[in-house]
Design a protein around this ligand. Structure first.
Ligand code: NAD
Ligand code: MG
Length: 285
């Protein structure tokens, strides 16, 4: 795993994994499948890069067909993931769309269900994080974009997917350690990640009678495009994640096994939970 210090290069939002230094490890070479998701069909939002890319690669290597959604500006990253899924002999579906738009978000679900022929796994992972020093610096438009991406889109997409999800299906939402220990510079984002955790807890209770499980994942610091495209301040990037007990940020592949477990039938008694991977600093709450 690459060690700090990392480059402080920043990119315009939404950022491309292909342009990061060092290159994140999404499991392209390293993830080994063990047939844990054979025959399942999954939709992963934010599947072009970072944690979503790692989940998409792992799902395909575990035997799943995978649709990925991403922002249209991320087409080049998405193509890399589509090629990796197809290299496993699995079906890959590319669904570019801006999830801040309700009609577009709902259409992504419909298109995924149609192209895959059904859906067993829904990973609501797309997220917006922009660091701001003061609450006074957050415009209403920026606040709205964070809420739309991180709270509305998962609501719209889970609602849209529900008629297609059957007994045994799994919904996974990417929350954060920010849900437990909010940082001063992530005032709006941290609130949405707390909402994501509550999403899993409340919806799990609601959907348990249908045999549909809902869980959240709470990553600590992971080296992804989100962090270098406004998620952290430039001067924080070289030492990003270095202050936790493992002394470095996580690589996206290092959280993929949690998504695989939660997607799989092995997790049949796991619902309403929030699984963290923090490099040792814990969730602190
Ligand atoms: P990432 O930038 O690689 O992935 C985020 C993805 O969100 C983008 O690739 C993009 O496809 C998608 N997205 C954002 N806005 C969108 C929009 N309007 N329309 C469509 N897609 C949009 O970064 P990541 O860190 O892998 O982020 C994945 C998830 O992990 C996010 O929910 C993030 O909040 C969460 N998370 C990340 C960290 C970390 O340290 N990297 C920590 C905790 C939680
Ligand atoms: Mg991306």
């Amino acid at each position: 795993m690459p060690l700090n210090p990392y480059s402080d290069d920043q990119q315009p939002w939404p950022g491309l994994a292909a342009k990061m230094d060092p290159q994140p490890d999404h499991g392209e070479q390293s993830y080994k499948g063990r047939d844990r998701l054979t025959g399942k069909r999954a939709l992963v939002t934010g599947g072009d890069s970072g944690i979503g890319r790692a989940a998409a690669i792992a799902f395909a290597r575990e035997g799943a067909d995978v649709a990925i959604n991403y922002h249209p500006d991320e087409e080049s990253d998405a193509r890399t993931v589509i090629a990796l899924i197809e290299a496993e002999g699995r079906k890959a579906v590319a669904l570019p769309a801006d999830l801040r738009d309700e009609a577009a978000a709902r259409k992504v679900v419909d298109d995924a269900v149609k192209a895959l022929g059904g859906l067993e796994v829904l990973v609501l992972n797309a997220g917006r994080q922009q660091a701001e020093k003061s609450i006074e610096d957050i415009t209403s438009d920026a606040f709205d974009a964070t809420i739309k991406t991180n709270i509305y889109a998962p609501f719209w997409m889970a609602q849209q997917a529900l008629p297609s999800l059957k007994n045994g299906a799994s919904i996974i939402i990417t929350s954060s350690v920010q849900a437990f220990s909010p940082s001063a510079h992530l005032f709006d984002y941290a609130q949405t990640k707390a909402a994501n955790r509550a999403f899993a807890q409340a919806l799990a209770k609601q959907l348990a009678p249908k045999g549909i499980r809902v869980n959240a994942v709470a990553p600590g610091p992971f080296w992804t495009a989100l962090q270098v495209s406004g998620g952290q301040f430039k001067d924080k990037l070289p030492e990003f994640g270095a202050d936790n007990p493992l002394g470095r940020p996580g690589q996206p592949v290092e959280i993929a096994p949690i998504y695989v477990l939660l997607a799989s039938d092995e997790a049949s008694y796991i619902t309403g939970e929030c699984y963290a991977a923090t490099g040792g600093s814990g969730t602190g709450g």
